[in-house]
Design a protein around this ligand. Structure first.
Ligand code: JHZ
Ligand code: ZN
Length: 402
């Protein structure tokens, strides 16, 4: 399978792209293996910084058809994410006078988790757009209308203009942002609101969250480049919020016109500037900090292996696979990974070949340590495993036992 090499910045077309991180060649993070014998193809995983608009982006683009045809990630598995969607629905309602039923399109609606929370909060007309067949089928069974395709002018031409368009954890996955945003503009009513949520690059750098880097995430965003991309397509950012989900994300509200730009917008940009995120030198020491995580984790797991400790992990997340593959951790270090997603159970993590099992295995194996490979949900995961009596290993922002 081939991939496209990035030569120009996807937002500003700039040529001055400088590499600041190389995580080696890695398999696709959600390409779970059916057996330990499969040999998944590997692709370069490197991050480049654009000196003109400050976007961080991968050097390689894999075809989205390969990545999302059958996607094993189900948003609803996490109660934390469900609560997050409920609060977003309440929050959005406050932006409108609720004198009528509002309409909504959710881009990359996954298994319908967000649609469900908007339905409960009284939305009348709703559509999801989702390329993965398995996720579409689940949402349709729950009564939602889903366009089973990528968000594009052509696939969504039957959809009307709506009051709210949401794009949670999908903006970073898009190569052609220009046509993505043009389609958003066409489907938004004049007073409508477009909401993006993306993992925030500030946290990726400051908290060493290098595991958020995998082939699906083509871009790593600051507010500034998002503003540039939106403005070019006629959308103005009027509010920005820093939210806790996925290790710290940005929630960005934009509209065609008519809403006052709130102080959060210039304040966020001012902080990005003051913290020197618009300067390549800030990214220089990053690779060293990431290498230290690898050294420390290998040392810790090597020590536990010698002591014959039982080590399992929780969360066969995409980010977990970046961590395991970059650190060279395999099924000789971690016996099994628990994941509550039925579609992931019975498979093996790509590259590291660790079996993915259900939660009963904590009680069968009685691990001494559980590596929280989805550390962004540690509170929820610790609660679910209290009875196991194990200690937890967390690798981000630095390797430690809790
Ligand atoms: P999680 C996701 O990436 C999806 P991933 C996506 N790639 C994206 O853009 C980013 O987020 C931002 C499991 N789990 O969410 C479910 C339990 O088993 O950290 C998941 O497999 N029990 C679109 O894959 C994994 O852990 C639980 O109680 O890196 C979490 O994956 C909980 C809470 C989770 O994301
Ligand atoms: Zn650029």
């Amino acid at each position: 399978m081939d991939y496209k090499k990035v030569k120009l910045c996807r937002i500003c077309g700039g040529k001055r792209l400088r590499k600041y991180l190389d995580l080696g060649s890695q398999p696709l993070a959600n390409n779970l293996q059916d057996s330990t014998k499969s040999k998944p193809q590997k692709f370069p995983l490197e991050v480049l910084f654009c000196e003109e608009c400050y976007l961080s982006q991968l050097s390689a683009v894999i075809s989205p058809k390969v990545l999302y045809n059958n996607y094993p990630y189900f948003s609803s598995v996490s109660k934390t994410f469900q609560k997050h969607c409920i609060s977003l629905a309440e929050h959005v309602n406050k932006l409108f006078k609720k004198d009528r039923y509002l309409s909504l399109i959710d881009i990359a609606s996954n298994d319908g988790c967000l649609l469900e929370m908007f339905r409960r909060s009284g939305y009348g007309l709703m559509w999801g757009v989702e390329p993965s067949k398995n996720l579409t089928e689940k949402s349709e069974r729950n009564g939602f209308t889903i366009i089973n395709d990528f968000w594009s002018k052509n696939s969504c031409k039957a959809l009307p203009q709506v009051d709210v368009i949401t794009a949670l954890n999908v903006f970073a996955h898009v190569d052609d942002l220009e046509s993505f945003l043009k389609t958003v503009y066409e489907h938004l009513t004049p007073s409508g609101v477009f909401i993006i949520e993306v993992p925030y690059l500030k946290n990726l750098i400051e908290q060493n969250q290098f595991d958020t880097i995998y082939h699906e995430h083509l871009s790593y965003f600051l507010l500034h480049p998002i503003k540039v991309a939106l403005r070019r397509e006629g959308l103005d950012v009027f509010r920005v919020e820093e939210i806790d989900i996925h290790g710290g994300s940005l929630r960005i509200f934009s509209c065609k016109d008519g809403r006052n730009v709130e102080s959060s917008v210039w304040l966020t940009e001012a902080i990005e500037k003051r913290k020197e995120f618009y300067n390549f030198k800030t990214y220089r020491g990053y690779a060293k900090r990431v290498e230290k995580i690898r050294t420390d984790l290998r040392k810790m797991l090597g020590g536990f292996k010698k002591l014959k400790k039982r080590v399992m992990a929780y969360g066969a997340s995409a980010k977990g696979n970046t961590l395991l593959n970059y650190c060279g951790v395999t099924n000789t270090d971690i016996t099994a990974i628990v994941d509550d997603t039925p579609a992931k159970q019975g498979k093996f993590t790509p590259g590291s070949k660790i079996p993915i099992v259900n939660g009963d295995h904590f009680d069968i194996t009685h691990p001494d340590y559980i590596v929280l490979t989805a550390w962004n949900f540690s509170a929820e995961m610790k609660k679910k495993t209290e009875h196991v009596g194990a200690k937890y290993i967390v690798a981000i922002p630095e390797v430690r036992v809790e």
